[in-house]
Write a protein of this length. Structure first.
Length: 473
């Protein structure tokens, strides 16, 4: 049902366009999310609205259309959630099919037994009795043969038992490796108990100990099925081990792989052997499949991803604010330097923006504070008044110190404040003091975080000192 809904949505969203940065696998879900967003936003605007999210988006994407950024963010988030739900649905359908295939309780309270060659299995049952309910775990035994059928089954098993016992050995008359002495054998519901007359050479569980000459061991099998019982003795000849063709081939290939790696150890690529004994060979890597574990986490991930993406977005905004706070002192000091040298505020902003652009072209790191200065210069070039551009500069950062600076610059334009340089110097001293206090605070926090590792190191040192001292007493 869920897969059909996704299929219908994909058909309806065929005309929608996915964002260019969207991955190939996510594009179908992006189209469906865009289709749903356009139709649900008008009815449920609160579902796609958050004051904190919109504030973070404005600060992280200054200058870009707010509605466009908001639409892209919510559509991409919805697409990720839909992809997780779709994957979980597929895994859930596979699990449900597997569970239903194992149902043996039919209508009327009838349990169909498996055939006699299969094993018993545990089945969970729930009993509804009036308003009460009881749960049981019962073991359903397979069909039990009786009479001549049981005797014929035991006869057939005894006839094939030497073949089962031999395992990888040629026969019981030439045993070089462990035997398959099991209590149960596939295909027969027969129970076997083993006894060896020489457990030092051949144990009752089939383990063969090394021998230097041929030795004979008697194995006794006590066979039972229902009311039928048999006792059968087998003469086993233990011989010194000889490598089989398969073992020789395995050893030869392992040596070939070792030599191949040694020859290519100084090369970036290791080309595995392509031919062996005149025949072409192919290689496959053994990969552990954790698909069931991923399915178990899919539903929980789909529920959490919607909120985690908002948290991640807010984390990016907080990191940006921290960088803005650290860079404030540097910007104010540069303003004091350039204004003191006779430059105007506008010229100073253009100088800072130009230096920053040149630094970025040379591969320098981006800076949110200088990005805001660069955006302010672009506003000035586009015709925005100087005072309004400075107000926008402070408002976009969202930090009190930048708002204070922008107010100071805007007031200088309106009132012609002749004490601008003195005010900037006071602001520079204040920002330097705040930065010093922040550095001290970070240092104290770092010292507190290092306290636990230091205590652990002290404990290790004490152990290293005390153990030799105590052992010598």
């Amino acid at each position: 049902m869920t897969v059909a809904v996704f299929g219908i949505l994909l058909c309806l969203a065929g005309k929608e366009r996915a964002d260019t940065q969207t991955g190939i696998l996510l594009k179908p879900f992006y189209k469906m999310a865009m289709y749903l967003y356009k139709r649900l936003y008008g009815f449920f605007p609160r579902l796609f609205s958050s004051v904190q999210v919109e504030k973070d988006l404005r600060q992280l994407h200054p200058g870009e259309p707010g509605e466009y950024v908001k639409t892209v963010y919510y559509v991409k988030k919805a697409a990720i959630c839909m992809a997780v739900v779709f994957a979980g649905t597929l895994f859930g359908a596979a699990a449900k099919f597997s569970a239903e295939s194992g149902t043996i309780l039919q209508d009327g309270g009838i349990i169909v037994r498996d055939s006699y060659e299969k094993e018993s299995r545990q089945v969970g049952l729930t009993l509804d009795y009036g308003e009460k309910q009881m749960d049981f775990q019962v073991e359903v035994e397979p069909l039990l043969l009786s009479g001549e059928e049981a005797e014929a089954l035991v006869d057939e098993f005894v006839e094939k038992l030497p073949q089962y016992m031999a395992g990888k050995n040629e026969s019981l008359q030439k045993v070089t490796g462990d035997l398959r002495l099991q209590e149960k054998y596939d295909g027969f519901p027969v129970t076997v108990i083993w006894d060896s007359d020489k457990p030092g050479l051949l144990s009752s569980d089939g383990q063969v100990f090394s021998v230097e000459e041929v030795r004979e061991v008697t194995l006794t099998a006590y066979i039972s099925y229902g009311t039928s019982e048999r006792v059968k003795e087998f003469q086993v000849m233990l011989v010194p081990p000889e490598l089989s063709d398969e073992e020789l081939a395995y050893r030869e290939m392992k040596e070939l792989l070792t030599r191949s790696q040694e020859d290519s150890i100084r090369q970036e690529e290791w080309r595995l052997p392509e031919k062996w004994r005149g025949e072409s060979i192919t290689w496959r890597q053994i990969v552990e499949d954790n698909s069931l574990l991923l399915w178990a986490a899919a539903i929980a991930a789909a529920v959490m991803v919607f909120f985690l993406l908002d948290k991640d977005l807010h984390g990016q905004m907080e990191e940006r604010q921290k960088r803005l706070h650290r860079e404030y002192s540097e910007i104010v000091h540069k303003l004091v330097l350039y204004v003191g040298a006779g430059m105007t505020i506008r010229g100073t902003f253009q100088k800072l923006a130009g230096d920053y652009e040149a630094k970025c072209r040379e591969g320098g790191k981006s800076s949110p504070a200088y990005e805001e200065i660069l955006y302010t210069c672009r506003e000035l070039h586009s015709g925005v008044s100087e005072g309004l551009a400075y107000e926008h500069f402070g408002r976009r950062t969202g930090l009190q110190e930048y708002i204070r600076l922008s107010t100071l610059l805007a007031q200088n334009l309106k009132r012609g404040n002749s004490t601008l340089l003195d005010r900037l110097r006071e602001e520079a001293e204040k920002s330097a003091e705040e930065r010093l206090q922040q550095s001290k605070k970070l240092g104290e926090e770092a010292g507190t975080k290092l306290l636990v590792p230091m205590v652990l190191m002290l404990a290790v040192v004490m152990v290293v000192i005390m153990i030799p001292a105590m052992s010598s007493m």
